[in-house]
Design a protein around this ligand. Structure first.
Ligand SMILES: [Fe+2]
Ligand SMILES: [Fe+2]
Length: 307
């Protein structure tokens, strides 16, 4: 039995069964619907620009739509490393329990499906809003290949931890969208729900894999994985800074606005801060992620400020 309490009661066979039960298709989620561009699409708390007095209501609406785009654009590209990461985990123990291998491959396939879902959402947002959004990842796939390579250079434990944090975060995104139902587009909320029901299975696989990997590692090795996690955090943050700037650029074009240096700095700070909160902070501060981190390595958890 695993020495880690956080992994007790979890079983790959149960994950596969649940994954088969909740599976959906991209067409099921969209049902030929569009987003309603006359209203906010994501909760205002995702944008965090309400306190900037120089923005008009129309500016805030455009920024809200930009954020709806940034979220699916970033997730689609950050999740690109998941399939090769999971294939590596399967290849490590190729003749292992069938249920584990099936769980890993379903997980990888679901992530490929999520990428299709998010790409379709990006295009549907552009059609619904009538303009093109700035996205840091290029259509030729050069930047996503670079980020994927950098992530795959990290140890399996660090990679599973970053995926675990991201996936616990998606649960909060859905719950918040339901809580702020009056300000979330119905199609967008359905998209978050569809994503989360599968991510809820993925966190169980991450947890089982983390426990198995950690059992073979010393305390120092486990703590070192948290240094890698911080390095991955820096890498992600670099992308978020650029994506926040692209939101401002999109706002300036769509609304024909010019901002002073002071206004631009305030916008960058607010948008980068809120992007970091929804992409990273929401997962790293999740109580279940924090509990896993503390049990794995108190020293490592302290590095994340989770002591
Ligand atoms: Fe996903
Ligand atoms: Fe996932």
């Amino acid at each position: 039995m695993t020495p880690y309490t956080f992994a007790r009661g979890l079983a790959y066979a149960n994950v596969v069964a649940a994954s088969e039960r909740v599976a959906w298709t991209v067409d099921d989620v969209f049902e030929r619907r569009r987003f309603d561009a006359s209203a906010a699409i994501v909760p205002a708390s995702w944008v965090g620009a309400d306190g900037l007095p120089f923005l008009e209501a129309e500016d805030r609406l455009v920024l809200n739509h930009c954020r709806a785009f940034s979220y699916v654009h970033l997730l689609r590209n950050f999740e690109e490393f998941a399939p090769p990461h999971l294939a590596g985990a399967a290849a490590d123990r190729w003749h292992d329990e069938r249920a584990r291998l099936r769980a890993l491959f379903r997980f990888a396939d679901e992530e490929m499906k999520h990428q299709q879902l998010f790409l379709r959402a990006e295009r549907a947002l552009e059609e619904s809003c009538g303009w093109t959004f700035g996205g840091w990842f290029d259509d030729d796939g050069l930047r996503v290949a670079e980020v994927t390579r950098a992530l795959l250079d990290h140890s399996p434990l660090a990679r599973f931890l970053v995926v675990l944090a991201l996936e616990w975060g998606t649960q909060r995104h859905y719950v918040e969208s339901v809580r702020g139902a009056h300000e979330t587009d119905p199609l967008y909320a359905d998209l978050l729900r569809a994503h989360w029901v599968e991510e809820a299975q993925h966190v169980k696989i991450d947890t089982l894999e983390i426990a198995a990997l950690a059992e073979t590692m010393s305390a120092a090795e486990r703590a070192a994985a948290f240094d890698e996690l911080l390095a991955i955090g820096d890498l992600v943050d670099g992308v978020l800074v650029e994506q926040a700037r692209l939101e401002i650029a999109t706002l300036a074009v769509v609304r024909g606005r010019r901002f002073s240096d002071v206004q631009r700095a305030a916008l960058e700070q607010a948008l980068h801060g809120s992007l970091g909160a929804i992409m990273s902070g929401v997962g790293l501060s999740h109580p279940t992620f924090a509990a896993v981190a503390r049990e794995l390595s108190p020293e490592g958890a302290a590095k994340l400020g989770l002591a």
